[in-house]
Design a protein around this ligand. Structure first.
Ligand SMILES: NC(=O)C1=CN([C@@H]2O[C@H](COP(=O)(O)OP(=O)(O)OC[C@H]3O[C@@H](n4cnc5c(N)ncnc54)[C@H](OP(=O)(O)O)[C@@H]3O)[C@@H](O)[C@H]2O)C=CC1
Ligand SMILES: O=C(O)C1=N[C@H](C(=O)O)C[C@H](O)C1
Length: 268
């Protein structure tokens, strides 16, 4: 039976692509397009806003998410505060969640871990296949390039992005730190403008570009004297993230409560 999927933040950049990805997947049914309680879209047919949906979406209108909402799985790409409010309802209802929202602080992450004791949660700061593979590749590079390698992570995104560095950049840095057996928070450097010293060997430096319509680009640098390795991923369509999230939604719908990663979904 096809999974009935509800999309939270359905009017967002990702939300609209998620509506299409859910609607176009043969194994999922778009069961809810949820917007905020005061949204002007409430009651508006999704086909009037998102073009190219199949006839399966006909008759579905944007609605507010609450305890009455009926779905097998929820997908959330919103903002931390909204996601946590959605999570509380999902826990109360026992509905599995796929979460792509980034910019969570430590306490907000703890709320996710706590919730995953009651419902299955797939959390990924990037749902593309390439980035999830890159999370493995940077660990190999971190181990093999040697202690002399300078490690930096660069990311570029569209002008509307709020959080920085991106969730993906931080995930790459954390994967590198794990491979080096470093504490990420001890080695992360976000700003060198006040530093009057050369960098140390035990650093992961982050740099950020915001501009135009860049969907998402990430590069991990491993720089030695005389050579440098650059591992780059470029997303050119949000559909890649949306299709990954729909894949995760199908995977998680019958899982036991727990905290799952996209690497587990992809068996990487
Ligand atoms: N993991 C991954 O693969 C990816 C993750 N992302 C992440 O997804 C998130 C969304 O990105 P994007 O779609 O570009 O952002 P948008 O700003 O376009 O969309 C955000 C959506 O969240 C809704 N929202 C915000 N706050 C709340 C709230 N308190 N309650 C309910 N709804 C809320 C907004 O509603 P309204 O319009 O009414 O404000 C909007 O629909 C970001 O964290 C981004 O980093 C993005 C791409 C890929
Ligand atoms: O906000 C975005 O757009 C994206 N956010 C995610 C992140 O913060 O890493 C994933 C992707 O790069 C797009």
């Amino acid at each position: 039976m096809s999974a009935r999927v509800g999309v939270l933040g359905a009017n967002g950049r990702m939300g609209q692509v998620l509506l299409a990805a859910t609607n176009n997947d043969g194994d999922t049914q778009l069961a809810g397009a949820y917007v905020r309680a005061h949204s002007q879209l409430l009651g508006v047919n999704v086909n009037n806003v998102v073009k190219g949906l199949s006839e399966h979406a006909e008759g579905l209108a944007f609605s507010a998410f609450d305890e009455q909402s009926q779905c097998d799985v929820l997908i959330d790409f919103t903002l931390p505060a909204g996601m946590l409010a959605h999570l509380d309802i999902a826990v109360a209802k026992g509905t599995p969640m796929v979460i792509g929202t980034t910019g969570l602080d430590e306490q907000q992450m703890q709320r996710l871990y706590d919730a995953s004791e009651h419902i299955p949660v797939v959390f990924a700061r990037n749902f593309s296949v390439g980035i999830n593979l890159l999370l493995n590749l940077v660990q190999t590079a971190a181990q093999k390039m040697g202690d002399d390698a300078d490690i930096e992570v660069f990311e570029a995104h569209h002008r509307h992005k709020i959080d920085a560095p991106s969730g993906t950049a931080l995930a790459l840095g954390e994967a590198i730190a794990e491979a080096k057996q470093w504490q990420h928070d001890d080695v992360a450097v976000y700003d060198r403008s006040q530093s009057e010293q050369a960098k140390s060997q035990k650093e992961i430096g982050y740099s950020v570009l915001r501009g135009g319509d860049i969907v998402g680009e990430h590069t991990a640098y491993f720089a030695l004297m005389g050579e440098r390795l650059e591992l780059t991923h470029k997303a050119s369509s949000r559909m890649t993230f949306a299709q990954g999230a729909v894949r995760a939604a199908k995977w998680v719908q019958n899982k036991q409560p727990g905290f799952y990663t996209m690497q587990e979904v992809l068996e990487l």
